[in-house]
Design a protein around this ligand. Structure first.
Ligand SMILES: [Zn+2]
Length: 439
């Protein structure tokens, strides 16, 4: 056994099967041994976590960093600093809203050049499926994107066009051939209405009904079955789609799903008039829907919870007029995912193991990083977060590293305070030492 450079130990270390007193031995950036709490090596530096939780660094596979081209919306420095502050050690960047969008090999190379030397945590990348770019998928996949995203409705930006079933029929055989995962913004345009302008949240909610999601999930189940393509539904909000997914999964269709902290924490009934910081697509739905999403997590139909961190300059939220229909849709929550989810999970009787499965293990598995990320196990990167699950704090927007501070979480009292985050065995301080994670 190699001599460790550092040992992190505590009374509540979250291992794949149990939470127990353990010492985690780190050598050359990886976990080299997990021993009993007292199992230490004389002379080796020790970080004592005490009663705080030692968990795998979080993996967030749904983050819009928006650089290059819209760096003023967020950027790699801000995003990865926020990640580190929130206990996240791996993020995967979405192929939009950067300019260029990551839909060609050349655009991916531009993206990598932009991100390199700017990241405080490790970063992977999604490519995009847009009409007509099938020939770009294999080169992008060979260059290291973890999979591909598409939209079934307009994405909100012109340079990332949505696809039709016809476009998918062209792209999906190629994705199957590559063995690549297709992640899908699952709303279909048919049930979406233009909606009345104004400050009433209900009319925005009604403009994007559950049916738009349900129909999209049905389509993707059908196409996944037909083409044998691995498909993943991003940011599921409609709980009515859960039985469809459960049935398809049981029948062997290769389809998985995620949901997001805002759908699990907020309820439509509580969104104040004109509070456009709550706008996202698909929308935050009613309280009963929220509870059904939790049941979907409980039985595993929904496997992961990721942020869908989607920031924009504050003025694009049109807070002065409070017009839900015209405001940019997106909620920035990269730094707050752990405490938001823990606050709600604990209230419903879920455990630290459940939390770790949703925030670490399953996101790492989704993108094929599971042998390196998301678990405290020998051979994995020594990515760890030490946090206090019992301490509470009110969300003060000025403490967020997000470039823009407008947040629906302002003033919410959350449980779970991040104390220290380690990336490959080193405490994340003031140097951007994140790696580019290529598949
Ligand atoms: Zn998104």
């Amino acid at each position: 056994m190699p001599r460790p450079d550092l040992i992190i130990r505590g009374q509540r270390v979250v291992l794949p099967e149990t939470v127990a007193p353990r010492s985690v031995h780190i050598g050359e950036e990886r976990i080299v041994f997990v021993g009993d709490y007292d199992d230490v090596v004389a002379g080796c530096e020790i970080v004592e976590a005490g009663d705080a939780v030692v968990m795998p660094g979080l993996v967030d596979t749904h983050v819009h960093i928006n650089a290059p081209g819209r760096t003023e919306w967020e950027g790699f420095r801000n995003a990865t600093l926020a990640a580190a502050a929130g206990g996240v050690t791996t993020v995967v960047d979405m192929p939009l809203n950067s300019i260029p969008a990551t839909t060609t090999l050349a655009a991916f190379e531009t993206k990598l050049a932009t991100a390199r030397d700017e990241c405080f945590v490790d970063v992977g990348f999604w490519g995009g499926v847009v009409p007509g770019n099938t020939a770009e998928l294999a080169p992008m996949f060979a260059a290291g994107v973890v999979g591909f995203k598409c939209f079934l409705v307009p994405s909100g930006v012109d340079e990332f066009e949505h696809v039709t079933e016809e476009d998918l029929r062209e792209a999906m055989p190629e994705l199957t051939r590559l063995g690549a995962l297709l992640i899908v913004h699952a709303e279909l345009p048919g049930s979406i209405t233009s909606g009345a302008e104004g400050t009433d949240y209900r009319s925005f909610l009604q403009s994007r009904p559950r049916a738009a999601e349900n129909e999209a999930v049905e389509l993707m189940i059908r196409l996944s079955r037909e083409f044998d393509t691995r498909v993943h539904i991003v940011h599921l909000s409609s709980a009515e789609a859960i039985p469809l997914l459960r049935e398809a999964q049981a029948a062997g269709v290769k389809i998985t799903a995620e949901t997001c902290p805002h759908y699990l924490h907020f309820a439509a009934e509580e969104v104040p008039a004109g509070a456009t910081e709550f706008k996202c697509c698909p929308p935050i739905r009613e309280r009963d829907n929220r509870e059904e999403l939790w049941e979907g997590l409980r039985d595993g139909t929904i496997g992961l919870i990721v942020s869908d961190h989607s920031p924009c300059p504050g003025e694009m939220k049109l807070r002065e007029t409070g017009d839900f229909m015209k405001a940019w849709g997106g909620i920035a929550s990269l730094q707050l995912r752990l405490p938001v989810v823990w606050t709600e999970a604990r209230r419903r009787g879920f455990s630290l193991l459940d939390l770790t499965r949703w925030l670490c293990v399953n996101p790492a598995r989704q993108v094929g990083f599971e042998t390196r990320k998301g678990s405290i196990a020998v051979g994995c990167d020594a990515d760890l977060v030490i946090w206090n699950p019992d301490a509470q704090f009110p969300v003060n927007p000025s403490t967020l590293h997000h470039r823009h501070k407008l947040t629906p979480y302002a003033g919410e009292v959350l449980s779970g305070v991040v104390q220290q985050t380690f990336l490959r065995g080193r405490k994340i301080i003031d140097a951007p030492m994140g790696h580019m994670l290529l598949r």
